[in-house]
Design a protein around this ligand. Structure first.
Ligand code: AMP
Length: 368
C-alpha cells in the first residue's frame, strides 16, 4: 500500500487484466487523479484505451512483471482467473502492495475451496460434494434425498460455462451429463444441489484500510443463458434479507481483512433464506449502475480502498435498472441513444461475439 502521505495524484495503480472492469476502474481512477497501468496478455484490450500505459505480456513473463511492479505503487486485479503464481511473484517484489490480498483470490478460483471457506465462516450455501464418478453422484442424490443437481468444474467456470444440470431419476440415460463427465475427466468437479430459489441478489462490499465497510445493494439480478441480463436497484427484498445479505458480505470482508471490493452472489429461497452462490474478489457487473446512480461508484471505491484512501458513501440519488448489451444486442444502440434517462456505456470491443459483454445501459428513475 502506498504511504498515506502520498497524494492520490502521486499514486500509480497497476491493474492485472484489461477487460471492461479494468476499463471502468481506470476511468474512476482518472477522476481522482490516479494514473493507471494495465497489464494484459491481449493487445487492444478495452482498458488499454483509457489507461496511461498498457504492458502487453503473458502472466508468467517475469521481466514484464518486474517492469510493471517498478512502475506502480499498488497493484490490483480486475478478474479472478489471474494465476496465483503471478500474484505471488508480484507480492515478493512489493510486499503488501497487491490488493485485495491473495486469500480471497485463491478461494474464489476454486469452487470447492470457496464452499469450504464459506461454510467454515458459518455461512450457508446449497449442499455440495466433490464428485468424480456417476456412482458418487448417485450416492449424493441418495444422501440428500433430492432430485435436481448441478455438476460444475471447480475452476475457470463463469457465466454458466463448465456446468451441467442433472436429475437423479435419469442419471444413467443422461447423455449431456455423460458427455460433460467425459470432457471433464481430468478436472476436479463439484456437485451442488439445485436450488429452487425465488430470485437472485448480490451485495458489493467496499472496505478500506481502517476496516470501514460500505455496501452496494442488495441488487436483484436476472440471468439469460446463465449470463447476467438485468440488475434492478432497489431489489424489493424484505428488510431481513437486506440485513442478512449485507451481514454475510461484511463477515467475508472482515475474514480476509479486505482492502478493496468484493461481491457476494446469493440465492434467496423460501422468502427469506439467503444462500451464498459465489464470491468474486472484485467489482461486479451487478454494480455497474453505481457509476450513474451514486456519487461514489463501485469502481471508485475499489480504487480508493486499494490505494489507501477512505471508502466513500455508496448512497444513491436514483433508482436504477441496468441492462447488459450482450453480443448483437449492441446493434440496438440507436434506440438507447435517444431514450430518456439512459446512461450508455460501451466497452470499445471491436468484434461482436455470442455471449460477449459489449456494453450496458443504466436507466435512472426517481427514488422510491
Ligand atoms: P455460477 O457460475 O455458479 O454463478 O452459475 C451461474 C448461474 O447458474 C447462477 O447465477 C444461477 O442462476 C445458476 N445456478 C448455478 N448454480 C446453481 C444451483 N446450485 N442451483 C440453482 N441454480 C444454479
Amino acid at each position: 500500500m502506498p504511504p498515506s502521505s502520498l497524494l492520490p495524484s502521486h499514486v500509480t495503480l497497476g491493474i492485472l487484466g484489461g477487460g471492461q472492469l479494468g476499463r471502468m476502474s481506470a476511468m474512476a481512477a482518472a477522476r481522482l487523479g490516479i494514473e493507471v497501468i494495465i497489464y494484459c496478455p491481449e493487445i487492444d484490450c478495452p482498458a488499454s484505451y483509457v489507461a496511461k500505459e498498457t504492458i502487453t505480456a503473458a502472466y508468467d513473463d517475469e521481466a514484464a512483471l518486474r517492469d510493471f511492479s517498478e512502475k506502480t505503487n499498488v497493484i490490483s486485479y480486475e478478474f479472478e482467473n489471474i494465476p496465483i503464481k503471478t500474484v505471488e511473484y508480484l507480492e515478493k517484489l512489493k510486499p503488501g502492495s497487491v490488493l485485495p490480498e491473495r486469500t480471497l483470490l485463491d478461494v474464489s478460483q476454486d469452487r470447492l475451496k470457496e464452499k469450504s471457506f464459506l461454510n467454515g465462516l458459518n455461512i450457508e450455501t446449497v449442499r455440495w460434494k466433490e464428485v468424480k464418478t456417476i456412482e458418487d453422484i448417485e450416492q449424493a442424490c441418495h444422501e440428500w434425498g433430492s432430485k435436481s443437481f448441478v455438476i460444475k468444474t471447480t475452476r475457470f467456470g463463469y457465466d454458466g460455462k463448465g456446468q451441467v444440470k442433472g436429475n437423479s431419476e435419469n442419471i444413467l440415460e443422461d447423455q449431456d451429463l455423460e458427455a460433460f463427465l467425459n470432457a471433464a475427466k481430468d478436472q476436479a468437479l463439484i456437485m451442488e444441489e439445485f436450488s429452487a430459489f425465488d430470485y437472485e441478489i448480490s451485495v458489493i462490499a467496499a472496505r478500506d484500510k481502517h476496516g470501514k465497510t460500505e455496501f452496494y445493494g442488495p441488487m436483484l439480478n436476472e440471468h439469460k443463458n446463465h449470463i447476467l441480463h438485468k440488475t434492478t436497484v432497489p431489489c424489493g427484498s424484505s428488510e431481513a434479507v437486506i440485513k442478512k445479505s449485507r451481514e454475510i458480505a461484511e463477515r467475508i470482508a472482515n475474514a480476509v481483512n479486505l482492502a478493496g471490493v468484493l461481491t457476494v452472489e446469493f440465492f434467496v429461497c423460501n422468502s427469506d433464506t439467503v444462500l451464498v452462490n459465489e464470491i468474486a474478489p472484485r467489482t461486479h457487473n451487478s454494480g455497474h449502475w453505481s457509476i450513474d446512480a451514486c456519487c461514489v461508484s463501485q469502481f471508485e471505491n475499489h480504487v480508493r480502498c486499494v490505494c489507501g484512501l477512505n471508502v466513500g458513501s455508496p448512497g444513491r440519488h436514483s433508482d436504477s435498472g441496468m441492462l447488459n448489451l450482450i453480443g448483437s444486442d449492441i446493434k440496438e444502440i440507436d434506440g438507447y441513444l435517444t431514450q430518456e434517462n439512459a446512461c450508455i456505456h460501451l466497452y470499445g470491443k471491436k468484434d461482436i461475439k455470442d455471449g460477449r459483454k459489449m456494453g450496458h445501459i443504466t436507466t435512472l428513475t426517481k427514488m422510491t
